[in-house]
Design a protein around this ligand. Structure first.
Ligand code: KIV
Length: 386
């Protein structure tokens, strides 16, 4: 029974693992129950006798490890399940905190497996990107939110590929270790897959992006595969997708009823199977984000999606109070850049108007001999005038 049937049937029993969308595992009778024993048995079978490739692919197009399953996770980390896992991802000991290690899409998966929370912030310019990167943030997102934060547009719909690229290039110059993700703006991937590929390629080639992000659920799965076929990693983004503003009829939390939950689960699983490098979950109830996070192998990065996500992202301007409005419920302010900037600007203005700036120590001076020669010339001129 697909998970949707449960929901449509009106059952309100706990959803976690009861709505498993995967088909019966090959070589087991586990069906949809997804028990740890069945999975690990299947994993071992697959590792030792990887004959049924089609079934393996159908079961899980993404990775052998079903992250929601503690037994398999433990096996993966201990190597108990066999060497095949090492072909899929590195599980060598790692020191992430402050190690200055380059973050890749493979590292994101390791972080998820290890339950190490992933950090992501937006950045739109060189200086901010450097500060964010040097602070050890794992992922830097050049979000199309720059339409509002940097360019003063009313929403994200008007920002263009060229405008986005201008910022992606600057951020790229400031980032060393973080994974660089660029948002594809509205209209750059919805029209046709060829256009989408041309635009995505520009973000990689010209902008230096390592991953491109597109909004939308299962309807984007084919496009995502198309981009990945062209060697472009893709981040998914579901839930409250700001580019769907007019269709959603406002910035509304998504997945608040059973139909909405079902759609989000479908979206998440479809994008996971398509192979997204990570999945942004925006503006959805905590309970739904937790279910998705347990269900998919790809790391989930939440914004207004509760603490159970594999990672968290916030808009840089939000955390430092540079957004001029009432912050959304999920925003936590960590600094007051607006206050700091206002104070600095007002102090500068006051100093200039009161002749306090610049002081002598803030001025350049002539070399001593040039000064002496100049004084002589000026004295002669004064004498001639007398
Ligand atoms: O544009 C953006 O900043 C985003 C994040 C909010 C996820 O997409």
């Amino acid at each position: 029974m697909p998970y949707g049937a449960d929901i449509d049937g009106g059952s309100c029993r706990p959803l976690k693992h009861s709505l498993h969308p995967f088909p019966t595992l090959p070589g087991t009778s586990a069906g949809l129950s997804h028990s740890a024993a069945a999975d690990s048995k299947w994993l071992k079978t697959w590792v030792k006798f990887p004959v049924d490739w089609e079934a393996a692919r159908n079961y899980n197009n993404r990775s052998v490890i079903q992250v929601g399953d503690a037994t398999m996770r433990a096996q993966a980390l201990s190597g108990e399940a066999g060497g095949a896992l090492e072909d899929i991802m590195s599980i060598t000991p790692i020191g992430f905190e402050g190690s200055g290690r380059k973050i890749t899409t493979a590292v994101l998966r390791e972080l998820k497996l290890r339950h190490n929370p992933i950090t992501c912030l937006t950045a739109y310019d060189y200086a901010t990107a450097r500060l964010v990167d040097e602070s050890g943030i794992d992922m830097v997102l050049v979000g199309d939110s720059l339409a509002q934060t940097m360019l003063g547009y009313e929403n994200t719909l008007s920002v263009t590929v060229d405008e986005m690229l201008h910022h992606v290039k600057a951020v790229h110059r400031g980032v060393k270790n973080a994974l660089l993700i660029a948002d594809m703006p509205y209209g750059s991937y919805q029209l046709d897959p060829k256009d989408a590929l041309v635009n995505a390629t520009r973000f990689v080639k010209e902008g230096g992006a390592e991953v491109v992000k597109i909004e939308g659920g299962e309807k984007r799965a084919d496009l995502i595969r198309h981009l990945i076929d062209a060697e472009i990693p893709v981040a998914g983004h579901i839930g409250l997708t700001p580019q769907s503003l007019n269709v959603m009829g406002g910035y509304k939390v998504q997945g608040k009823d059973l139909g909405g939950i079902e759609q989000l689960m479908r979206d998440a699983v479809a994008l996971d199977r398509a192979g997204v490098a990570c999945l942004y979950l925006e503006g959805i109830p905590r309970e739904v984000a937790a279910m998705i996070t347990a269900e998919v192998t790809t790391p989930t990065i939440g914004i207004g999606a509760g603490p159970e996500c594999d990672g968290q992202v916030l808009v840089f301007h939000d955390i430092v109070n540079l957004t001029f409005g009432t912050p959304a419920k999920f925003v936590r302010r960590y600094g007051d850049a607006a206050g700091l900037i206002r104070q600095a600007v007002q102090a500068f203005r006051a100093d200039v108007r009161s002749h306090q700036y610049p002081a002598d120590e803030e001025s350049y001076h002539l070399p001593k001999d040039t000064k002496a020669a100049l004084d002589t010339v000026l004295e002669r001129k004064r004498a001639m005038r007398r």
